[in-house]
Every structure is written in structure tokens, then in C-alpha cells.
Design a protein around this ligand. Structure first.
Ligand SMILES: Cc1cc2nc3c(=O)[nH]c(=O)nc-3n(C[C@H](O)[C@H](O)[C@H](O)COP(=O)(O)OP(=O)(O)OC[C@H]3O[C@@H](n4cnc5c(N)ncnc54)[C@H](O)[C@@H]3O)c2cc1C
Ligand code: FES
Length: 338
């Protein structure tokens, strides 16, 4: 059943079915509703409910405080209207979607290993795969009744191919299904594209930084920069941080690009100084944000930064860039993988 959402007394959007959150309905209409994770964790999508009734998809989302609850503040990405509603939200042009989002059925095609715990999963849709390199999709697994965000690792294409590089999470519902149960009979739903950390064209050299599961969007950005001819007059530094020597074997994801070794440079770094890592890894040890700082040196303010990975890694890199080196905010684009 459809419900009208009146935003700030002037924008009217419609949530069409039980799947539509306030955020998704607003973005589909092209409104700049603020958001980041689409998963209830970052708190960017807060709005105040002025009248009407809503239901929450998640009992205690980490992005909402007790004070928010007392003030009738909700998360756009975790809230569905169950009557017509009026809300107050801070809309902003920077969140206006570049491309119209689409919700399409996708068939599982195949998967293969990238590292010991990351696999690439390939899905096919009847419609073209429209997105910008660096963006993500929401995958719904109908039998499980859950939705998860995964970034595309390939490039937009008319044949409807969607590739996701996904890390196995112990006791994770979505990844358990993908790693151990999915078959070619399975049809899932892809809702995309989302995310603001997509590749931009400007005069600055590009830095991509991925930690663990943050690989996919950085691979897509590197491929996109090459494909769109953005590297004619600039370089791309690709940093990858893992705990073990087994994690950082991802060079093959970009080493086939024509600029590799000439304009694209791969910088792997391992954080855990275990006996095994010391014996088997002759490269750099440390955290990836330290490696970025060390390699880029004095010129750190001159780059365009893209990064993705677990929140502690993105936080450390944000602090290094923004607080320590005053890299301008508009040169920093990232997704936290909650
Ligand atoms: C914008 C964005 C993009 C992303 N892109 C990628 C990507 O490209 N690749 C990728 O690998 N990941 C990505 N992620 C992460 C991804 O969305 C999932 O969060 C991740 O795959 C885990 O999903 P899951 O269903 O397997 O685990 P979940 O079932 O969500 O569980 C996660 C963890 O919580 C624990 N847990 C679950 N339920 C409970 C409970 N009741 N009590 C206590 N603990 C519990 C589980 O044991 C597990 O350790 C992205 C996330 C975001 C926000
Ligand atoms: S976008 Fe809603 S909490 Fe992150």
C-alpha cells in the first residue's frame, strides 16, 4: 500500500510498498536526503516525525541515540511509513542522486575466490547495470528477509552484469547464504545505485585506499579511471591494508590495466606482526593510514582521496587527512562498511 511523505512542507514523495523506506522513497524522487550507509549505523539520515505513523525495520539501530528517540527523531533508512506522514529533514544538493535508482531482479551466475576470505559474486539482470564506479547496491535476499549493502567491483554495463567482492563474516546471515548456499536457481533483488564516494574527474592525482572488505569500490574506481581516460595526465595510487600476508594478494584486480606500473601503483601493507607474517611477508608492515601518510609525504594535500573499509580504518584515515594534514573536505570521499 502506498503512503505519501511530506518533507519540510513542500516536497511530496510516495513510498510505494512495504520495501520502501523514507530514505529510498525520497532518493528515488531525486531529493537530496542525506545518507551514507543505508544500514542504520551512521546516523546521517535522521529526520523528525511531525505527524503520522511509522514503523522501524530495526529495534535499536546504532545510528539513533536515546535522545533522538525522545525527540521523535528517526532514521530514514530504517523507517517505513504506515500512514501518510509529514517530516522535517535537512535536504542538501550534495546528496541528490546522480542516477535514478532502480530495483531489479538478479540471477546468480557464479563466484570465484579473490583471497582466502573474499569472493567475487556475479549477478545478471535483464536491465543495464547503471552506476558510477565507487557506488554500492542494496541486495535483498528474499528467503532470509534481509537486505545488505555491497559495492560494485566492475564498471557500468549494458549487459546487466553486477560484480561484488564480498568478505566472509563469521556467523553473518547474508555472507553465510552467499558463501555456502546460493545457487544458479536463486533470484535476489538489487536496488541501486547508492553512495556518494564515486569517482570524480579533476586535475588531482587519485588515491584509493581499501581495508579488508573495502576492496570492491576501489577496484571499480581504478578501473573506471582507466576506462574513462582520467589517467592521461595523472597517477593513481592504490593502497590496500590487510592483517595477514594472505589478505594483500589483490594486485591482480588492477594489474591488467594498461597504466599499471606506469601510472597506477599498488601499495600493500600488512598490520599484524605475527611469526608467520614476518616469515612470509617481505613487504611493508603497519596500518594503511600510516602507509598513505608516509608514501605521499609533504604533497598529501594535493590528492583526491577515495576510501572504503571497516569504520576504525576509515576513522584513522579521516583523522590523518582532515585533522593532521588539513586536506580539504571536498577532496575526501569514503564509505564506512558497517
Ligand atoms: C555502504 C556499504 C557498502 C558495503 N560494501 C561491502 C562490500 O563491497 N564487500 C563486503 O564484503 N562488505 C560490504 N559491506 C558490509 C556488508 O553490508 C555486510 O555488513 C557484511 O557483509 C555482513 O553481513 P552479514 O549479513 O553476513 O552479517 P550480519 O548477519 O549482519 O552480522 C554481522 C556481524 O554481527 C554479528 N551479529 C549478527 N546478529 C547479531 C546479534 N543478534 N547479536 C550479536 N551479534 C550479532 C554476526 O556474528 C557478525 O559478526 C558494506 C557495508 C556498507 C554500509
Ligand atoms: S544512512 Fe541511515 S543510518 Fe546511515
Amino acid at each position: 500500500m502506498s503512503h505519501k511523505i511530506n518533507i519540510n512542507g513542500e516536497n511530496k514523495v510516495v513510498a510505494h510498498d512495504a520495501e520502501d523506506t523514507v530514505l529510498l522513497a525520497a532518493l528515488r524522487e531525486g531529493l537530496g536526503f542525506p545518507y551514507e550507509c543505508n544500514a542504520g549505523a551512521c546516523g546521517s539520515c535522521k529526520f523528525e516525525l511531525l505527524c503520522g505513523q511509522v514503523e522501524s525495520l530495526c529495534e535499536n539501530p546504532p545510528g539513533l541515540t536515546a535522545r533522538d528517540v525522545r525527540k521523535n527523531v528517526h532514521l530514514g533508512c530504517q523507517t517505513r511509513p504506515i500512514t501518510d506522514i509529514s517530516i522535517k529533514a535537512r535536504l542538501s544538493n550534495e546528496y541528490e542522486p546522480l542516477l535514478k535508482t532502480q530495483r531489479v531482479k538478479a540471477r546468480f551466475l557464479n563466484s570465484y575466490d579473490i583471497t582466502h576470505d573474499i569472493k567475487e559474486f556475479v549477478f545478471i539482470t535483464d536491465q543495464p547495470a547503471h552506476f558510477q564506479p565507487g557506488q554500492y547496491a542494496l541486495l535483498s535476499f528474499p528467503n532470509l528477509g534481509i537486505k545488505r549493502a555491497y559495492s560494485m567491483s566492475n564498471l557500468p554495463n549494458v549487459k546487466g552484469e553486477w560484480r561484488f567482492q564480498i568478505r566472509k563474516v563469521i556467523n553473518g546471515k547474508g555472507t553465510e547464504f552467499l558463501f555456502n548456499q546460493v545457487t544458479q536457481e536463486d533470484v535476489i533483488e538489487i536496488d541501486a545505485p547508492y553512495g556518494m564516494a564515486y569517482v570524480r574527474d579533476n586535475e588531482r592525482d587519485i588515491v584509493c585506499v581499501a581495508g579488508g572488505s573495502g576492496l570492491a569500490p576501489m577496484v571499480s574506481i581504478a578501473r573506471g579511471a582507466s576506462d574513462q581516460g582520467l589517467l592521461k595526465n595523472k597517477r593513481l595510487h592504490f593502497f590496500y591494508g590487510g592483517r595477514s600476508y594472505k589478505d594483500v594478494v589483490v594486485e591482480s584486480q588492477i594489474s591488467d590495466l594498461p597504466e599499471f606500473g606506469k601510472k597506477i601503483f599498488f601499495h600493500p601493507v600488512v598490520s599484524d606482526m605475527t611469526e608467520e607474517n614476518i616469515q612470509k611477508w617481505s613487504g611493508e608492515f603497519g596500518f594503511v593510514h600510516e602507509s598513505v601518510e608516509k608514501k605521499l609525504g609533504e604533497c598529501i594535500k594535493d590528492y583526491e582521496f577515495y576510501f572504503a573499509g571497516p569504520p576504525p580504518m576509515t576513522k584513522s584515515l579521516q583523522e590523518t587527512l582532515m585533522l593532521k594534514h588539513q586536506v580539504p573536505f571536498n577532496q575526501i570521499h569514503f564509505d564506512r562498511f558497517f
